[in-house]
Design a protein around this ligand. Structure first.
Ligand code: NAP
Ligand code: MG
Length: 509
């Protein structure tokens, strides 16, 4: 095997590829003699992506009224993947009219049992097309195939299965209260989990008897359009699901359309505030799932090696484009040095590169704009006096890639600690007592998710009762399940999605 080295830095392998860590990562190993990973690209030959996509309105693909198109890029190659329609007020109006007609003539008239059959069919068709959808998600958005294959797509199907099950049981979900549907729901989703966010929105809306106009994000529209094909192939009545593509302006047209009964938005806090203002004074219901800056709290009795895996999953999953990412590590002082060294060693083994390679841990940053935003935050952090450490892996020459990064020597008021970076960038602070950890954890405008690592249930309960976050994971992170509600406190949003709670925003009594 290898010689034990004492140098501060770890040598690169000959081609700079990532290297395994030592089982005892307090010691450094010469990784050059370890085997390297051979490329393991997922074959994408069978996947068909059209050159041009139109809106999906009233059960068919229709050209945009104004005839304008936008481009979606593959962020790993910077090449144009396809064109898609830019929705204007005319397109949104057509979609809302189709959704209203479908609501009144068909969907609201069906029994829950019948609605459930359609939703189950959609869930099964997502499973049947799982490989294709996973590949497209990775090509259009840059996420590693391992994640789109094992997380995004199976979870999307699971949300449809879960809410299909509720469709004929609503009277049991709300005993004695006779829930009624709302009508037409406008739904606007971000680019970090395109198909999964669509599932979170469309599945409960359909289960409760509503119809939908959904706008995917402009950098990742393709799986929503493939989903439109699934709706058509599933025989879903025309107009029940409508997909209108476009940019922020298209989203705004949906929000402000007078015949929409509910808005479900997932995206940034800034846009959430704009939407909330424009809905003030209307009788539209709304849910806002917004940003986060999740504290991940590690007590000194935590099992360090498992915790390191949890920290990696918390911040580097999906390139850190995760609203609930554990982007602020809070470590108890006594173990900080050891934990940080173990984390640095583990970061050296992360493979950054081709999203379609099954070995890849960290894929491409979703867009040029997001890449520049992250780079800007890296500069801000350094200028604020933080110490930056990045893994030494090689990254591809083309495409938008960012090395996994940690900032130490940060203080609570630093912008990199307070603001959502939405990239593979972790800040690390220390604490001495549980109260100090809780104080620091709560000291941002957000309150979406948090993590706690400890051997003691009492500490988990104390932190759980005191940290203001919609979700708390203990001794794990980024675990999702359709039965579990998700949502934020403070500037992380209003309302819950998932679980029984996720039915409320789509019904009235
Ligand atoms: P964003 O800029 O707010 O965009 C979200 C969606 O809203 C996109 O479809 C966007 O269209 C559209 N949009 C932009 N301006 C709009 C307007 N004025 N009116 C209506 N719609 C508008 O957010 P993002 O950068 O795509 O997504 C990242 C953010 O989402 C992060 O802050 C993250 O934390 C948050 N997020 C939250 C959750 C959660 O559940 N809490 C989940 C995932 C992500 P374009 O794409 O064309 O700009
Ligand atoms: Mg794209």
């Amino acid at each position: 095997m290898s010689d034990i080295k004492t140098e501060e830095t770890i040598d690169k392998t000959s081609n700079g590829s990532p290297k395994p860590t030592s089982p005892n990562s307090d010691l450094k190993l010469d990784f050059a003699s370890f085997w390297e990973y051979s490329p393991a690209p997922e074959s994408s030959d069978f996947v068909e992506i059209d050159e041009k996509y139109n809106h999906f309105i009233n059960g068919e693909f229709v050209e945009p009224v104004k005839g304008r198109y936008m481009k979606s890029i593959n962020p790993a190659t910077e090449e144009v993947l396809c064109e898609f329609a830019e929705g204007t007020s005319e397109d949104v109006d057509k979609a809302v009219k189709a959704a209203r007609k479908a609501y009144e003539k068909t969907w609201s008239k069906l029994s829950g049992n019948e609605r459930g059959k359609y939703i189950f069919r959609i869930a099964r068709m997502i499973q049947e097309r799982a490989r294709e959808l996973a590949i497209i998600e990775s090509i259009d958005g840059g996420k590693p195939i391992r994640e789109s294959r094992d997380v995004d797509v199976p979870l999307s199907a699971a949300y449809f299965f879960y809410y299909a099950g509720w469709a004929d049981k609503l009277n049991y979900a709300f005993p004695g209260r006779k829930p009624k549907s709302l009508g037409v729901c406008g739904q606007i989703i971000p680019w970090n989990f395109p198909l999964l966010m669509l599932a979170w929105k469309i599945a409960p809306a359909l289960a409760t008897g509503n119809t939908v106009v959904l706008k995917p994000a402009e950098s990742t529209p393709v799986t929503a359009l493939k989903f439109a094909e699934i709706c058509r192939d599933a025989g879903l009545p025309d107009g029940v699901v409508n997909i209108v593509t476009g940019a922020g302006q298209t989203g705004s047209e949906i929000v402000n359309h007078p015949d929409v009964n509910k808005i479900a938005f997932t995206g940034s806090t800034n846009v959430g505030k704009i939407i909330q203002k424009s809905l003030a004074g209307t009788d539209k219901k709304f849910t806002l799932e917004l940003g986060g800056k999740g504290p991940n709290i590690v007590f000194e009795d935590a099992p360090l090696d498992q915790t390191v895996e949890g920290i990696v999953n918390a911040i580097f999953f999906n390139q850190g484009h995760v609203c609930c990412a554990g982007s602020r590590l809070l470590v108890q002082e006594g173990i900080a040095e050891r934990l940080i060294q173990k984390l640095k060693d583990r970061m050296e083994t992360l493979i950054v590169g081709d999203p379609l390679d099954k070995n890849t841990d960290i894929g491409a940053i979703n867009s040029k704009a997001q890449f520049e935003r992250i780079q800007n935050y890296l500069e801000i952090g350094v200028n604020e006096g933080a110490e930056i450490h990045q893994s030494s892996c090689q990254i591809p020459e083309n495409g938008y890639f960012c090395r996994p990064t940690i900032f130490t020597n940060v203080s609570q008021s630093n912008r990199v600690v307070q603001e959502e970076i939405f990239g593979p960038v972790l800040t690390i602070q220390t604490f001495r007592t549980p109260d100090e950890a809780i104080e620091k954890a709560n000291n941002t405008p957000y309150g979406l998710a948090s993590g706690v690592w400890t051997d003691k249930g009492s500490k988990i309960f104390k932190v759980g009762q005191s940290v203001r976050s919609g979700v708390m994971w203990s001794n794990t992170y980024n675990k999702f399940d359709p039965t579990s509600p998700f949502g934020g406190y403070k500037e992380s949003g209003i309302g819950r999605e998932g679980g029984l709670h996720g039915l409320y925003p789509y019904i009235k009594f």
